[in-house]
Design a protein around this ligand. Structure first.
Ligand SMILES: NC(=O)c1ccc[n+]([C@@H]2O[C@H](COP(=O)([O-])OP(=O)(O)OC[C@H]3O[C@@H](n4cnc5c(N)ncnc54)[C@H](O)[C@@H]3O)[C@@H](O)[C@H]2O)c1
Ligand SMILES: [Zn+2]
Length: 366
């Protein structure tokens, strides 16, 4: 097992990565929870239905916390739990169970579940602690670290939320056995991102093992690359917990990625959209003299070997380019882009909105 600390002072916590047996997982969670009066276990509906790891984990947790009110509530699967109506439903359930200020929330699921669980924990009785058992690769490498929580509005994704750091994060690779291959591959896009913006050796490791990482063979190799990605996110978040500056480099590929994701009506998975968005950002970086063409070609080869889409050119419809306008990274009339020149380094640059749109629509970028 690999432990990556997230050293945020009084809000510090550890991310544990490996195949973690239920009793060990329960021991770690119980230690992080202290002496809770109750545990509200919020489980992704699909995970609760199909994963053989949920019941043993809950049994072990119950055994570690005798006389504690450990109750399970299965959420609508995936993004369906990320709205205010479901937050109300969960909070009402918690109140009906008698959870008081000494209770904690435990999320078992992907990023949608941890965003929901973290948000409800941050507002229930004005805030109680929470912990995460991540069950998707994306949640392990990205969503469970950093303390951003929240839900969607009809007006857009993640528009309501809070910062609330978890007390503990478990990335038990055993959960990945039931994860659909497409979801697994999508999670790898964020790992490529971490390599590009902050960890050149990680990029090389991905290149050395692309095909096996995309399948399921070697959990040791997978644990190593998850740990490297978590380390990148932990470093950046530690430096800039509330995204006033450097944390923005984590948005590499996300400006165009979010536009593609939304315009596809979320048929593209987040990681797939980010793969395309990173290719667009590398191309745009080329027009700014930041990104050498070789880096774009190299990244395209890696993403394709992992099974991710790279053909962003044909997808940059006027509607997609128009959506860049409503991106939350827009500042005044300029769009803040993250560019990568040398692998492992990132820089932020503001590009006037009109110019960004013109460049993205121009065949030169394609
Ligand atoms: N808070 C953050 O910093 C942050 C960062 C990145 C993404 N996010 C959020 O995370 C969400 C995406 O997370 P995700 O990619 O983990 O998707 P998800 O949580 O929506 O899960 C994807 C699908 O996989 C299923 N699933 C989850 N674990 C499974 C398992 N082990 N076996 C079988 N099926 C499983 C879910 O039911 C769902 O259908 C988005 O809402 C995004 O906004 C948050
Ligand atoms: Zn992302």
């Amino acid at each position: 097992m690999i432990t990556i600390p997230v050293p945020l002072g009084t809000r510090a916590y550890d991310v544990r990565i490996g195949v973690i047996e239920p009793d060990d997982a329960a021991a770690m969670l119980a230690a992080a929870m202290g002496k809770p009066s109750g545990v509200a276990v919020l489980v992704d509906g699909n995970v609760g239905r199909i994963s053989p790891r949920v019941a043993p984990l809950l049994a072990a947790l119950g055994a570690r916390l005798p006389n504690v009110n450990v109750r399970r509530y299965d959420l609508p699967p995936g993004e369906a739990c990320k709205n205010l109506a479901e937050i109300q439903r969960t909070a009402e359930w918690m109140a009906a169970q008698g959870f008081d200020r000494g209770a904690v929330v435990l999320a078992i699921g992907g990023g949608a579940t941890s965003d929901h669980a973290g948000f409800v924990a941050s507002i229930y009785l004005r805030g109680i602690p929470f912990a995460i058992c991540a069950t998707t690769l994306l949640a392990m490498v990205d969503a469970s670290v950093g303390g951003k929580t929240g839900v969607d509005l009809d007006a857009g994704k993640n528009l309501v939320g809070s910062f609330h750091q978890p007390r503990a994060v478990l990335a038990d690779l055993g959960f990945l056995a039931t994860l659909p291959a497409r979801e697994r591959v999508a999670g790898l896009a964020e790992v490529v991102k971490c390599g590009l913006i902050a960890d050149a050796p990680l990029l090389e490791r991905l290149e050395a093992e692309a095909e096996s990482l995309a399948k399921d063979s070697d959990t040791t190799a997978l644990a190593t690359i998850i740990a490297a990605a978590v380390q990148v996110k932990a470093d950046v978040v530690t430096e800039d917990e509330r995204e006033s500056g450097r944390r923005a480099i984590l948005n590499f590929g996300h400006t165009v990625g979010h536009a593609l994701e939304a315009e596809s009506n979320y048929e593209l998975l987040h990681g797939e959209a980010i793969a395309l968005g990173m290719m667009a950002a590398l191309s745009l970086g080329g027009t700014q003299g930041v990104t050498p063409p070789e880096l774009r070609a190299r990244t395209g080869r890696l993403l394709a070997r992992l099974g991710l889409p790279v053909d962003f050119e044909r997808r940059l419809s006027p509607a997609v380019v128009g959506r860049i306008d409503v991106d939350k990274k827009r500042r005044g009339e300029a769009v803040r882009f993250v560019f990568v020149g040398t692998p492992g380094t990132a820089e932020l640059r503001d590009i006037p909105l009109a110019e960004a749109r013109r460049l993205l629509a121009a065949p030169a970028v394609a």
